[in-house]
Design a protein around this ligand. Structure first.
Ligand code: PLP
Length: 480
């Protein structure tokens, strides 16, 4: 397939020095370090050389190369991590930063980063305090747990628990729960990394309590249950509940020494505190439900269904949590003050469930009915209609489906309303690309049947709607 490289093209590639002499490069050289400018020129030449060696015949023009190099260098100065407008309708969008924080959480972060704070200081005792103390009592009050600790994320929580309680021992897990969460987090890999001996039981679709029972040995230290967050098995399936695992563990523990008890640990993935009743049979069990069913330890994410900052929260038996607090990984995986402030403020909102539903964006968006979303869809529709000419595109409010995202509630179709654009000028794909790449705040929309859709469920303000209308106006101006 590959054509032979054209060696004469290689010879026509410009010297780095020549590129640096071009006016556009001279201009940026005044503001950027010399190495940055040189590296950008070298990167452009390298890219061309690679293309030529791959048998391509790119046009080689000194000015174009200098232009591309200056753009490349300038990109370093532009923010890479920045806000976007999420009109995709995916509420806990992992690529877009999962949960949006409540205003109270934003304010709390602001306060602790503007000045010094009580991060590890106890005002009460006028002495050194612990950063673990800020959230522990709240988490316990909200879940009924004896003790709690929060770490960097739930993947870290799983790792820490397995390292402390299952390293050098056997942990039994169902084959139906050996999940991959995405981003290279797979239960079997984490097991290996933490030196736990994984004992798989059951079949992919069915695991029975006797499967666990048969696998128990002297060296079993844990019965692990993993919530199949991002998928569901339907049809001829069966899994074992935390309650059944509790009974089994109790039976065996009766004959074991106190320090050799077998633990029941559930990795819940998406932690929820409230019963989200509108999801009917798909409602996720709450953290309190798992503890009541007899789990010794439960871990879950802070930024999935909980709607807080990225964190991994572990709740359960106080002796076990005390061991985790002393684990070397607790220091490695500890939370910083910004996250602690956001987490504490989010948790405080849960003290009043009605307040939590109103103030925590993730919960509010999950709970809103299509009729409630309709109000925002109408507002967006009217703002766009005022801004763009009807000869460019026609506008309609349509029934659509939102998703929870974040590996939560995968089977739930959440009815919503979206504003749909049908194009008389331009194309849906062209418009989507423009909104993503060319707007100062990127706008993430969805395409369906040659229409661009803006799901009003995940829009957060009138300003966002105005930015969408402006982005559309700019798109149509760009193709005029
Ligand atoms: C999401 C998830 C994780 C990882 O949690 P992060 O907070 O993303 O690190 C682990 N286990 C399950 C079951 C999950 O759903």
């Amino acid at each position: 397939m590959n054509k032979r490289p054209d060696v004469t093209l290689l010879k026509s590639l410009p010297q780095i020095e020549e590129i640096l002499k071009q006016p556009c490069m001279q201009q940026i050289a005044a503001d950027l370090p010399h190495e940055v400018v040189t590296d950008a020129a070298r990167a452009e030449v390298d890219a061309l050389r690679k293309a030529i060696l791959a048998g391509e015949s790119p046009t080689i023009n000194l000015q174009d190369i200098a232009q591309a190099a200056s753009q490349r260098a300038l990109r370093l100065r532009a923010a890479s991590l920045r806000g976007v407008i999420n009109a995709s309708g995916v509420i806990i969008h992992t690529n877009l930063g999962r949960s949006v924080l409540a205003p109270e959480a934003v304010e709390a972060v602001n306060e602790v980063i503007r000045g010094y704070s009580t991060l590890e200081y106890s005002v009460e005792n006028m002495a050194r305090g612990s950063r673990h103390d800020h959230c522990e009592q709240l988490i316990c009050a909200l879940t009924g747990a004896e003790a709690a600790i929060a770490v960097n994320n739930n993947a870290a929580a799983v790792m820490m628990i397995l390292s402390e309680f299952a390293a050098g021992h056997e942990a039994i897990v169902s084959r139906g729960e050996l999940v991959e969460i995405g981003g290279s987090f797979r239960i079997p890999d984490v097991m290996r990394q933490s030196h736990a001996d994984m004992v798989e039981v059951g079949a992919t679709n069915k695991t029975h309590i006797f499967d666990y029972e048969r696998a128990i040995s002297e060296n079993t230290s844990m019965l692990l249950k993993v919530h199949p967050s991002n998928y569901r098995m339907i049809g001829f399936t069966e899994s074992v509940s935390v309650r059944q695992l509790r009974h089994l563990a109790d039976e065996y523990n009766a004959q074991r020494e106190d320090d050799k008890k077998m633990l029941v640990y559930e990795d819940q993935g998406s932690g929820v505190f409230l019963h989200l009743n509108q999801f009917g049979e798909y409602t996720e069990p709450t953290v309190a439900d798992s503890l009541r069913s007899g789990a010794d330890l439960v871990s879950f994410s802070g930024d999935k269904l909980l709607g807080g900052p990225q964190a991994g929260i572990i709740v359960g038996n106080k002796d076990l949590i005390a061991r985790l607090k002393k684990h070397p990984l607790a220091r490695v995986l500890r939370l910083d003050k910004m996250t602690l402030a956001a987490l504490e403020a989010t948790l405080r909102l849960y003290l009043d469930p009605e307040q939590a539903k109103k103030r925590i964006p993730t919960i509010r968006m999950l709970c809103e009915t299509a009729d409630e979303v309709q109000v925002r869809a109408q507002e967006l529709h009217d703002i766009i209609a005022k801004k763009i000419d009807s000869s460019c595109a026609s506008l309609a409010i349509v029934d659509e489906i939102s998703r929870a995202g974040g590996g939560a509630l995968p089977m739930c179709d959440i009815p919503t309303r979206a504003v749909a654009l049908t194009f008389a000028k331009g194309t849906a794909l062209g418009c989507e690309t423009f909104l993503t790449k060319r707007c100062s705040t990127p706008i993430i929309a969805r395409i369906s049947q040659e229409m661009v859709m803006f799901d009003a469920r995940t829009l957060l303000s009138t300003q966002e709607m105005e930015a969408i209308a402006q982005g559309l106006a700019d798109y149509f101006a760009s193709i005029a």
